[in-house]
Write a protein that binds this ligand. Structure first.
Ligand SMILES: *Cc1c(COP(=O)(O)O)cnc(C)c1O
Length: 483
């Protein structure tokens, strides 16, 4: 290796450690604008190369102001895991090993790591032991993989081979989703040739759970290929669909039940929270993320499919130059859409080994307890309304709840802006049931009780300031109006 290439690796390791050590004290938000960053990264196409170590130093310098605190302890803005060092360290090795994890012959250690982790995860999440597992780039692709298997199976039941003949001229596939469906499910259905407009939405309750009685009514008299998509862990409320009841209903009509369980599936790893995800095992496929609750580095997701044959038919890639392997040897390319792919199993293997069953359960339980703690603290603030029952790790609140809707929307958005400008924690605005809300997700391994309290206090301070500004404006306006 040339000196500068070797130095680049050492420089990266040093810079990575410095970043790691500083994550608790870094501001949660970005310090640079799109234009700042464009100027820093930009310039004409490089003509002559530069030494790799200098390039790496420069990269860290200019990227720094554009990095969010997603790997830090006070990022609550989205359901984003915190890239745990055990997984990241394995990921460093994965990069330097440069394995192409398409096949057993191309990457023997990677194939076996995936096979072992697949069995561990099925055990940890208590899914049907016959499940076959694909390691994807995230829940969007996990939804895609599972729904591709579903499409194969439900069409095969009516004598149509979708892998050979595609969807042109096929019997129609009916797809039911809850109103709370995540957009990534709709995207996956689009990729699979099932247009978004064809999807039938079933009414949800006030927590975003699919109403089983509405599904039952909608399916009465149904005939033909059927896929019903449930959700475990609503991105706003954390609510779980009643998957056992949904499955009973859909299976009466010979349907396939898929669950988008991007983060909710991990509740099954916890003795305290498992009851929320009861009945999930009755479904036929499950999409989950590992880069959310398991804290794996991006991009890591898992697709679990009960019918291993349907999974294989939907995803297998074969070619003469890829040697066939025995059935008990894993070729990773048979479980996900890609051929050449990253060896995702190494980081997962390292994470599960380093956290263990107990560590994963404790982490999930800790995050749920911290979410409750933050919700309780916030709800004590005057004019702060807690909008969900905090059963999992999601919290939604609204500021100025005593005012009319339009004003409360405005105050809520202003409060979120103020919180982000303070830089102590990162939270985001969203819309829930037509109203602006602030959404909190407690999901980073790095978050402590102290971080949760500090963030809750910062949020209340910001609200206090925004509310104070509003009252002052009102007072001035009144003074002007009445002299
Ligand atoms: C995050 C999320 C997804 C999408 O997952 P990606 O990993 O971003 O592809 C899908 N469904 C739910 C419920 C999610 O929370």
């Amino acid at each position: 290796m040339t000196d500068t290439a070797r130095n680049a690796l050492e420089t990266a390791a040093r810079l990575a450690l410095a970043f790691h050590d500083s994550r608790a004290s870094r501001p949660a938000g970005p310090a640079a604008s799109f234009d700042d960053l464009s100027a820093a990264f930009g310039g004409p196409t490089p003509e002559q190369g530069e030494p790799a170590d200098a390039v790496i130093t420069r990269l860290a310098e200019i990227a720094g102001p554009g990095l969010l605190g997603t790997a830090g302890p006070r990022f609550f803005g989205w359901v984003a895991g915190g890239s745990h060092p055990a997984g990241v360290a394995a990921d460093w090795l994965t990069s330097i090993w440069g394995q192409n994890a398409a096949t057993w012959h191309g990457a023997p250690a990677a194939a076996v790591a995936e096979q072992v982790v697949a069995a561990w995860l099925v055990d940890l999440l208590d899914l049907p032991r016959e499940c076959s597992v694909g390691f994807t780039t995230g829940a969007t692709m996990s939804n895609f993989v599972c729904l591709a298997a579903a499409r194969d199976a439900v069409l095969r039941r009516v004598g149509w081979d979708v892998e050979a003949d595609g969807l042109c001229g096929s019997p129609p596939v009916s797809v039911y989703v809850g109103e709370g469906v995540h957009v990534s499910v709709l995207a996956a259905l689009r990729y699979l040739g099932i247009g978004e407009r064809r999807v039938i939405r079933v009414a949800a309750d006030e927590s975003g759970r699919m109403q089983v009685c509405a599904l039952r009514e909608a399916l009465a008299g149904h005939a033909g290929p059927l896929i019903v998509i449930a959700q475990a862990g609503h991105m706003m409320t954390g609510a779980f669909d009643a998957v056992g009841d949904i499955a009973a209903c859909a299976h009466e009509h010979d349907g396939w039940v898929h669950v988008d369980a991007a983060f909710g599936l991990w509740a099954r790893a916890s003795g305290q929270r498992r009851h929320l995800a009861a009945g999930l095992e009755d479904a036929d496929s499950w999409a989950a993320d590992a880069h959310k609750w398991l804290q794996a580095p991006y991009e890591t997701g898992c697709a679990f499919v009960r019918d291993a044959g349907a999974h294989r038919r939907a995803m297998s890639i074969r070619a003469s130059y890829l040697p066939q392997v025995d059935d008990d040897v894993r070729d990773p390319a048979h479980y996900t859409p890609e051929l050449s792919r990253r060896a995702r199993g190494f980081a997962l293997w390292a994470l599960v080994r380093s956290l263990g069953r107990q560590g994963i359960a404790a982490m999930v339980e800790r995050h749920c307890a911290l979410a409750c703690r933050m919700a309780r603290r916030l709800a004590l603030g005057p004019g702060v309304a807690l909008l969900n029952e905090v059963e999992l790790n999601q919290v939604i609140v609204r500021f100025g709840s005593a005012y009319d809707d339009a004003l409360a929307d405005d105050l809520t958005l202003r409060t979120v802006e103020r919180i982000r400008a303070q830089g102590i924690c990162d939270v985001r605005a969203a819309r829930w049931q037509g109203r602006a809300v602030m959404r909190l997700s407690v999901i980073s391994w790095a978050t402590t009780e102290h971080d949760a309290d500090r963030a809750a206090d910062a949020i209340l301070t910001a609200w206090d300031q925004v509310h104070g500004d509003y009252l002052n404006q009102e007072r001035e306006a009144m003074a002007l109006a009445f002299g």
